[in-house]
Design a protein around this ligand. Sequence first.
Ligand SMILES: N[C@@H](CCC[C@H](N)C(=O)O)C(=O)O
Length: 271
Amino acid sequence: MRRYSFHKGHATKNDFIVLDDSYGMHEMQPDFIQVLTDRHSGVGADGVIRVVRAGSVREWSGDPNLWFMDYYNADGSVAEMCGNGLRVFARHLINEQLVTSSSFDVATRAGIKHVEISRFGLISTDIGEALVMDETVTVRLGDREWAADKVDVGNPHAVVFVSDGALDRLMLHSAPTWAPSDAFPDGANVEFVHIDGPGTLSMRVFERGVGETLSCGTGVVASAAAYRRRSGFEGTIAVTVPGGELSVAFDGDRALLTGPAVIIGRGEFWI
Ligand SMILES: N[C@@H](CCC[C@H](N)C(=O)O)C(=O)O
């Protein structure tokens, strides 16, 4: 049996276990992640974030001194990016004095992301380009189907716009599917979005590797990018998710995602 220290944090109730591992000594096997994230027999979380120096990550060829956000979904699968996780990661780096400035870069599998700690406890993150594809896919949930935009935010998304009242009625305990089935060879996060007014959206999400979560930062960016493209709206877009409020501003095609993130405690577990 081994003893591990962890921190727990959340960003608009998308919750994560944070493991410090500067030198890349932990083996991040899927069964280890699944045991940890189980909400009944483990610590419980939507994902696990390993805090490791980029130089200790085999696939990283950039600046070795950056901190690398090594992200895993609750089912143990690796994800390229996590928008809410990035803010929790940033909050942890600041709390633990692993960075000394309020403006810094973080290495991720989807490249370098810039982070700014804003006033009032919010954190702004430059997520980079959110690419809305020309082709659409069909998303199915139960006996309903919708046309969805394919959006690449470093990780894959399908964004469905739904009509009044539909968001509350969605049964997201089972996974949506899509056609053509090979549209997302590595799976996708599926966002259901209602346009509440100009520049104001509400969203629910079914996350790849997790299930329904109370928020998804990259999903919020994907939804905002798809909305901007269809409406031509150019201001800051406010997105309400079940776990809280996030905002997305665009600088050209670069999406800036802003929202809260907190570390709620720390502990030890034995595996
Ligand atoms: N909750 C995250 C996204 C986490 C990864 C996602 N489930 C995937 O597999 O791509 C976010 O806040 O962006």
